[in-house]
Design a protein around this ligand. Structure first.
Ligand code: FAD
Ligand code: NAD
Length: 483
């Protein structure tokens, strides 16, 4: 460890490690402080690689393969005999992927000359040129004060805890515990039908759990476009997820090895028993031990670090990024902010476009969107035109037995400019990248209509959705007036 660096990054999640690597590429002397210990080993990669994006996607993939093998191969004329799931093996595969990726990040830091300091970072004083950071080593808890010209705070987030359902790690778990079940719970309760509830609920339902999801809000996926949310809700319920909206959990306690959950809908209160209960009601910024009494950093009322559009805090040369600051809690948003902060330190002028951050929910089919929903566009005063196309009429989707869901485009009727793309479909997460690129290039609906999309692809549904905005889709009866 040196006494002083050009840049100290506190937090080695996707925001922090990507910032550190970029700074290394630009020739800065960089330390990245990360305190995480995962399964007994110090680990980089943050929530995303250890207990978030990647392990959840590994389980989503295993469970999808299991379900597809068990229920979907017969129609292709493929017989399989008995299909069984070995949960410990599935978890072992997930762990191997996590290890490979977090080990890869350690190599990338090293390869870019970044020093990984294993322990806690605390910004003691962020004012002036020699910013003071306390490093508390994991190994022996020794404390050292180091200085840097610049500091990036990237300490991420943790699950929100609720008093009515206290996590005990055995029966009542948060998202981290739900990635490590050793057997399939017969009955699984979930509080919160948000992204985690739907993704992890899907994993365990596919493997055989009877899943009940309690959602306090009156609507499912309140943040998504209403048509897409409605369609996604129908598909997920058809798959067997028992989603109870407008229902609050008022108590959860463990009795005789089972979780008794009391929920309330209107005036009716119900008790139900589950083998496990997952609490996933959102995440909150995490700033434990991050700021000393004289750090000088300003926080928002919600405990986020206050930043501007370029992730600058109130102190010159101190930036904050990712889940610790305003905006969606997404890995790709954290990464781009990390890159922006470092390049700004280096004197360049990049800007994250917050209007084109993509959301993906990795259910099957996926639910994804970019830009404005029809409702948001109307609220913002646009004269809105929309077009959509149902996957039931897409040849490739039919050929793949994936003919469910739809793709929708939202545009400004006056200028024809694309404002948003929304999809519930196989590969929706990849599909809406077309919308993101189109929006970045200020494309119109007409641009999408005039491009040649390959046949047969799911992407043709994007073309047809754009055509349908003007009543011109070919593979659907058009009720709209044709242009
Ligand atoms: P983090 O990844 O949380 O990293 C912060 C790091 O800082 C942590 O490792 C922590 O140990 C460390 N740290 C904290 N305090 C200190 C300190 N004082 N000193 C030293 N180190 C410290 N997002 C997506 O975009 N796609 C997905 O598919 C997706 N799936 C998810 C699934 C689950 C189950 C969960 C829980 C989250 C998921 N997310 C997903 C969200 C994503 O994980 C986060 O948005 C992302 O990890 C945020 O990155 P970050 O760098 O800001 O913070
Ligand atoms: P979320 O905000 O997506 O959903 C939480 C849900 O819980 C909401 O629908 C909310 O209305 C509901 N809720 C809140 N309190 C409740 C209560 N007391 N009883 C019943 N319902 C209640 O949060 P999450 O699912 O915990 O995920 C946290 C964050 O992690 C997400 O916001 C997202 O940014 C990130 N994440 C992203 C992905 C992805 O990109 N695919 C996957 C997982 C997590």
């Amino acid at each position: 460890m040196k006494d002083s660096y050009d840049l100290i990054v506190i937090g080695g999640g996707p925001g922090g490690y990507e910032a550190a690597i970029r700074a290394g590429q630009l020739g800065m002397s960089v330390a990245c402080i990360e305190k995480r210990v995962y399964k007994g080993e110090p680990a980089l990669g943050g929530t995303c690689l250890n207990v978030g994006c990647i392990p959840s996607k590994a389980l989503l993939d295993s469970s999808h393969r299991y379900e597809a093998t068990k229920h979907e191969l017969a129609e292709h004329g493929i017989s399989t005999g008995d299909v069984a799931i070995d949960v410990p093996q599935m978890i072992e595969r997930k762990e191997a992927i996590v290890k490979q990726l977090t080990g890869g990040v350690a190599m990338l830091l090293k390869g870019n000359g970044v020093e990984w300091l294993q322990g806690w970072g605390t910004l003691l004083d962020g004012k002036g040129d020699g910013k003071k950071v306390k490093f508390t080593a994991l190994e022996d808890e020794s404390e050292t004060t180091i200085t840097a010209k610049y500091v990036i705070l990237a300490t991420g987030s943790v699950p929100i805890a609720i008093p009515v359902a206290k996590v005990d790690e055995a029966y009542i778990v948060d998202s981290t515990g739900a990635l490590d079940f050793t057997e399939v719970p017969k009955r699984l309760g979930i509080i919160g039908a948000g992204v985690i509830g739907l993704e992890l609920g899907s994993v365990w339902r596919r493997l055989g759990s009877e899943v009940v999801i309690f959602e306090a809000l009156p609507e499912l996926l309140a943040v998504a476009d209403k048509d897409i949310a409605k369609e996604a809700g129908k598909l997920l319920k058809k798959q067997g997820l028992d989603i109870r909206v407008d229902t609050k959990v008022t108590n959860a306690e463990v009795k005789d090895g089972q979780v008794v959950v009391t929920s309330q809908k209107g005036d009716a209160s119900t008790d139900e028993t589950f083998d496990k209960l997952i609490v996933c009601v959102g995440r909150r910024a995490y700033a434990e031990k991050l700021l000393g009494d004289n750090s000088g950093i300003q926080l928002t009322e919600r405990g986020l670090v206050e930043v501007d559009e370029q992730c600058k805090t109130n102190l010159d040369g101190v930036y904050a990024i990712g889940d610790l600051v305003r905006g969606p809690m997404l890995a790709h948003k954290a990464m781009e902010e990390g890159m922006m902060a470092v390049e700004r330190i280096h004197g360049e002028k990049p800007q994250v476009n917050y209007d084109t951050i993509i959301n993906v929910i990795y259910t099957h089919p996926e639910i994804a969107w970019v830009g404005l929903t029809e409702q948001q566009a109307a609220e913002q005063g646009y004269e809105v035109k929309t077009g959509s196309f149902n996957l039931a009429a897409n040849g490739r989707a039919l050929a793949q037995s994936e003919a469910q869901g739809s793709i929708k485009v939202v545009a400004d009727a006056k200028t024809d400019r694309l404002l948003g793309m929304h999809a519930v479909s196989v590969g929706a997460g990849d599909i809406v990248h077309q919308g993101m690129i189109a929006m970045e290039f200020v494309s119109s609906i007409e641009d999408l209509q005039l491009m040649t999309f390959a046949h047969p692809t799911i992407s043709e549904a994007v073309h047809e959705a754009a055509l349908s905005a003007d009543g011109r889709a070919i593979h659907a009866i058009q009720r709209k007036k044709r242009k």
